[in-house]
Design a protein around this ligand. Structure first.
Ligand SMILES: NC(=O)c1ccc[n+]([C@@H]2O[C@H](COP(=O)([O-])OP(=O)(O)OC[C@H]3O[C@@H](n4cnc5c(N)ncnc54)[C@H](OP(=O)(O)O)[C@@H]3O)[C@@H](O)[C@H]2O)c1
Length: 279
């Protein structure tokens, strides 16, 4: 039951009906006895400026999902250095009518990889499949976390080339390179010796989708983390080969937990949030 002192939070996106964030955050508020609620709000591109103006007085914070993670930035009063590097915001805190943006996707991925595989990013050989918004945040985070080698494989090689240039300017000592997904010898080289392969393309979101690379090329000693929640072709085929694999749910839970910490200043009840996301 909401009262005058209840804090209000939300997630915005288009579409938004599928979001598990309300389940996770409401369960977390309940578990810690925090008087707050969290709702999903459908916001179109055209409706974004009006939503943000009203959020200054009506909300304490909100999450942002597709397609607004970049578009929101010019409307904010400040963003963290990591959000500026990523060019992406998924968490906004409202303080005294001002909007402050941050991104928790990459920190969520790092915690998920630690939790599921026990694999530290420092010193790891990492190969990323894809080069969209999530990869931008992830690549700078991996560079800062001290990964030993980073390879970015993308359908559109030019995008991976541009990001690789930016990463090398940010972290000149990093062994960082890219290749086109259809350049088989380079893909083979990039995957060879990988400790961690992170699947960040949208291929696999739909039933019947194939894999962005031949799963047989991924070393059997590697861990495969697929950012997609469902059982993708690459995840199933790597698991059949005996690789350690994970779908994207732990990342969702940990990026949400990081948002929760930012808003409340309290440690998030991760197990409660995970159980809610799985329900
Ligand atoms: N688990 C979580 O918490 C979480 C959070 C955020 C996102 N995600 C997932 O992360 C993935 C990427 O999200 P995003 O925001 O970065 O998406 P995005 O910006 O739209 O990028 C999509 C990427 O997929 C590639 N791609 C699309 N169709 C492809 C195909 N048929 N073959 C090969 N590559 C293809 C694109 O390649 P081109 O550059 O060539 O177009 C691009 O690199 C999505 O699957 C999303 O569901 C998970």
């Amino acid at each position: 039951m909401s009262s005058a002192s209840t804090l209000h939070f939300a997630v915005i996106g288009d579409p938004i009906g599928h979001s598990k964030s309300p389940l996770m955050h409401n369960a977390a508020f309940r578990a810690l006895g925090i008087d707050a609620d969290y709702t999903a709000v459908h916001v179109t591109r055209e409706g974004l400026p009006a939503f943000l103006e009203s959020a200054r007085t009506s909300l304490s914070g909100f999450n942002i999902t597709v397609p607004h993670k970049n578009a929101v930035i010019p409307f904010l009063d400040g963003i963290t250095p990591r959000a500026a590097l990523a060019g992406s915001v998924n968490t906004v805190s409202v303080r005294d009518g001002k909007l402050f943006g941050d991104t928790t996707d990459a920190a969520g991925l790092e915690r998920a990889v630690q939790e599921v595989f026990g694999l530290p990013l420092k010193g790891a050989n990492v190969c990323i499949l894809g080069c969209g918004g999530v990869v931008r945040a992830l690549a700078f985070h991996l560079a800062d976390a001290g990964c030993a080698r980073l390879r970015i494989l993308n359908r559109t090689a030019e995008k991976a080339a541009l990001l690789t240039d930016e990463i090398l300017k940010h972290a000149p000592a990093l062994d960082c390179g890219f290749a086109a997904l259809d350049d088989l010898p380079s893909v083979r080289n990039a995957l060879d010796g990988s400790d961690l392969v992170i699947q960040c393309t949208s291929l696999g979101l739909h039933e019947g989708d194939g894999s962005p690379v031949d799963p047989a090329l991924i070393p059997s000693s590697a861990c495969l983390f697929d950012t997609i929640y469902r059982e993708t072709d690459i995840l199933v085929r790597c698991r059949e080969r005996g690789l350690r694999v994970s779908g994207g749910l732990p990342m969702l839970v940990h990026q949400g937990a990081e948002s929760f910490r930012i808003w409340t200043g309290r440690e998030a009840p991760v197990d409660v949030m995970r159980a809610a996301a799985e329900s």
